[in-house]
Design a protein around this ligand. Structure first.
Ligand code: Z5A
Length: 230
């Protein structure tokens, strides 16, 4: 039924971002959505931030190693911005221009949440960087996966196994709780773009909720359809 509705949807791409705290299940859910869209013959690109393009992946390595933190909060923010600039220009905009659906694991809300709201980097700097890197580009839909901090950290630790935690995984519980609050604030401020999903459930249950959010936004009610992403 839903897949039939997809086939009848206008043939242009959409830009969908997935956000949330540590271990919220973004990668897992993006994979499910991509499979479903592809099954409906909608061309889909799955990408991520920081990273997603060769240049941005180099910066990702730098940031997650903790090097960016050593440079200071503002410089680290500039690294995320530089990665985003390359990613947007070389991957996201070309894909959207070709009508491809772009599913992105984290985007500018991560900078707002991690660097600005929790990291206390001045909103003026973050906003200026956002203007420079993305211009008019805005996600058509942002899915925010919400899980209690303890649940997300246990999931992330289980996945990591005996590997060392990265720069953000090493932060304390207070940091991760502040992040969760930050994402809720972002969603409250932009309800037309953001959908918060309770991700403290099994993978299939969360996938159903995520798919319902997509279906409601893009495929069922024409009044919910969005303007061109380009
Ligand atoms: N960052 C920033 O500070 N500023 C920015 O502008 C940007 C990013 C863009 C990138 O980390 C870090 O960069 C990120 C923010 C910062 N910091 N952190 N932490 P990353 O890309 O390496 O990792 P991540 O984005 O944080 O992803 P994640 O939390 O590690 O994972 P996830 O994609 O949300 O979850 P997952 O991989 O799908 O699932 C995690 C595990 O849980 C895995 O074993 C799954 O099988 C399991 N899982 C998933 N769903 C479920 C359910 N429903 N039940 C049970 N288990 C589940």
């Amino acid at each position: 039924m839903a897949d039939e509705a997809i086939r009848r949807a206008p043939g242009r791409g959409r830009f969908i971002t997935f956000e949330g705290g540590e271990g919220s299940g973004k990668s897992t859910q993006i994979k499910r959505v991509a499979e479903r869209l592809e099954a409906a013959h909608l061309h889909t690109v799955v990408t991520r931030e920081p990273g997603g393009s060769p240049g941005a992946e180099i910066i990702r390595h730098l940031v997650l190693s903790g090097m960016g933190k050593l440079l200071g909060a503002e410089a680290e923010t500039l690294l995320f911005a530089a990665a985003r600039d390359d990613h947007v220009r070389s991957v996201i905009l070309p894909a959207l221009a070709q009508g491809t659906w772009v599913l992105c694991d984290r985007f500018y809300d991560s900078t707002r949440a991690y660097q600005s709201r929790v990291g206390h980097v001045a909103p003026a700097l973050v906003n200026a960087m956002t203007r420079v890197t993305i211009g008019d580009l805005k996600p058509d839909l942002t899915i925010i996966l919400d899980v209690p901090v303890e649940v997300g950290l246990v999931r992330a630790a289980a996945r990591r196994g005996s590997g060392a935690p990265d720069r953000f995984e090493s932060e304390d519980v207070k940091f991760h709780q502040a992040l969760r609050d930050a994402y809720r604030e972002i969603a409250t401020a932009e309800p037309e773009r953001c959908v918060v999903i309770d991700a403290n459930a099994d993978v299939n249950t969360v996938a159903t909720k995520v798919w319902t959010a997509l279906r409601d936004r893009f495929f069922v009610n024409a009044s919910n359809s969005v303007s061109s992403p380009a």
